[in-house]
Ligand binder design. Structure first.
Ligand code: CAA
Length: 255
């Protein structure tokens, strides 16, 4: 018998090949979920399943995790993912973590239209598409579920070099609140996490001088670990948060 706060649940994590998505796979599997790690980079998703999930799940290993290729910005790819999941597991994932995201940072005055569009397409439309396709499948199967979207604290306050990214992340917050209102009657909860500066490959691209300036604004005076976001994701995924929906939760060290 598998133990844990999400034991027996099927969890889909997008952007699972690195950063917060990879950590989410680790913690969700430790807590008993069967994990589908989806990423545009299939090899990276497979690496998550092989090394991180297996290591982390230990005694809780359910041995039924899988890696799948997914381009969240492409509706055909998202629909195909659902079809594959239904074939393999005979049910939709009822935990969905939308962690796939990209940056194309530049000064607003220099930003290309292509860099604006690609960030909105992956971060905002991608989250919409995955939510729509999987929430619909949960509703059709009359299964309660929990969707956790990953926004960013920069979506609340803005950030130099990120007009495209902050717009997408603010959109994810508003979209989450709307979806929570629509899906409550189907007992599907939708919440959004706003991480601050967390040690991920995305943050590694930020110039050191900028990082040092940011850290001065963090009361806990350090960057977060991906696992510290993943623990909150797993809480929201579980029945421990059964009366929480439409919530926005900052995980920022107090920034
Ligand atoms: N705050 C204060 N000053 C900043 C700044 C910031 N956020 N960003 C840049 N500057 C300053 C630089 O320190 C530099 O100052 P000096 O001329 O005195 O040295 C000046 O602006 C020019 O900066 P660059 O030399 O870096 O200019 P660039 O044209 O090569 O690049 C940039 C501009 C793309 C905005 C680059 O500075 C940059 O990438 N900034 C960081 C953007 C950022 O914070 N991204 C967050 C990524 S992590 C993430 O997105 C996850 C999340 O959710 C939090």
């Amino acid at each position: 018998m598998v133990a844990g706060i999400v034991a027996g649940r099927l969890a889909l994590v997008t952007g699972a090949g690195s950063g917060i998505g990879r950590a989410a796979c680790q913690v969700l599997s430790r807590e008993g979920a069967t994990v589908i790690a989806a990423d545009k980079n299939y090899e990276a998703a497979l690496e998550t399943i092989k090394t991180h999930t297996a290591l982390a799940s230990g005694a809780n290993a359910v041995g039924d995790h899988s890696a799948m290729e997914l381009d969240v910005g492409d509706s055909k790819s998202v629909q195909n993912l659902l079809d594959v999941v239904m074939k393999q597991y005979k049910a939709p994932a009822t935990i969905v973590v939308n962690s796939a995201g990209i940056t194309r940072d530049n000064w607003m005055l220099k930003m290309s239209e292509a860099d604006f569009d690609s960030v909105i397409n992956i971060n905002l439309k991608g989250t919409f598409l995955v939510m729509q396709v999987f929430a619909r499948a949960m509703a059709v199967a009359s299964l309660p579920g929990s969707i956790i979207n990953i926004s960013s604290i920069t979506g609340k306050y803005g950030n130099i070099g990120q007009t495209n990214y902050t717009a997408s992340k603010a959109g994810v917050v508003a979209m989450t609140q709307s979806a929570a209102k629509e899906l409550g009657k189907s007992n599907i909860r939708v919440n959004v996490i706003l991480p601050g500066f967390v040690k991920t490959p995305m943050v590694e691209t930020v110039p050191d001088k900028v990082v040092q300036g940011m850290l001065k604004l963090v009361p806990l005076a350090r960057m977060g670990e991906p696992s510290e976001v993943a623990e909150v994701i797993t809480f929201l995924a579980s029945d421990k948060s059964s009366f929480v929906t439409g919530a926005t939760i900052d995980v920022t060290g107090g920034f």
